[in-house]
Write a protein that binds this ligand. Structure first.
Ligand code: DX5
Ligand code: ZN
Length: 216
């Protein structure tokens, strides 16, 4: 069974609480929260206070994707705000192993996100620290971009790498995921699917999440 993680980046922020209630009723598994700092990525979004607000209205796990340069100083605030999963970018952490240990010390599941241009070898020696790996299938910064097709081979290679290292880390895919490509992404080995525009830009979230599951 795959994990559907709608990204609130494409939600209607004039009524975020209602959007969260709707998406939970629609059968989502996790809520994906994209944190952007205007440095690591060109866009700026939201911080721990939005995570705290989400925690008040949903029972779903909060999956916080930190697109932040050198994130260690702010990781404890996201944990305190209620994050259940935190991913940091390999490209943004000077001491990646230390960042992961920090997340785990706060009793939060730890993940590493890799940009499309970043090789899998960047996580080879820290795999034992990982609860999940986030493969970016677009360049981070914005919702609504097209899925980069070479991500499929990267997911397959990661799947083999995790098996060889006897790791149970979840493979999460983020960017351009939709009802038409979820099958090949799942087939390649991913089990957690972030989808922003493919869910929030449709009128019936429940129907869309059902279709994503059927097409998987
Ligand atoms: C991109 C974010 C994604 C984004 C996905 O930087 O990490 O989570 O919201 O949006 P879609 O599904 O529209 O590509
Ligand atoms: Zn994301």
């Amino acid at each position: 069974m795959g994990i559907i993680a709608p990204s609130i980046l494409s939600a209607d922020f004039t009524c975020l609480g209602e959007e969260l209630v709707r998406i939970e009723k629609a059968g989502a598994d996790w809520i994906h929260i994209d944190v952007m700092d205007g440095q690591f990525v060109p866009n700026i979004t939201y911080g721990p206070i939005i995570v705290k607000a989400c925690k008040k209205v949903t029972q779903l796990k909060l999956d916080v994707h930190l697109m932040i340069e050198k994130p260690d100083h702010i990781i404890p605030s996201f944990a305190k705000a209620g994050a259940d999963y935190i991913s940091v970018h390999a490209e943004a952490c000077t001491h990646l192993h230390r960042s992961l240990q920090l997340i785990k010390s706060l009793n939060v599941k730890a993940g590493v996100a890799l940009n499309p241009g970043t090789p899998l070898s960047s996580i080879e020696w820290i795999i034992d620290q990982l609860d999940f790996v986030l493969i970016m299938s677009v360049n981070p910064g914005f919702g609504g971009q097209n899925f980069i097709d070479s991500s499929i081979d990267k997911i397959s290679a990661l799947s083999r790498m995790l098996e060889e290292k006897h790791s149970n880390a979840i493979i999460q895919v983020d960017g351009g995921v939709n009802c038409d490509n979820i099958h090949k992404i799942h087939k390649a080995g991913a089990t957690s699917f972030v989808a922003g525009s493919a869910i929030f830009n449709t009128p019936d979230y429940k129907q869309t999440i059902q279709t994503l599951r059927q097409e998987m």
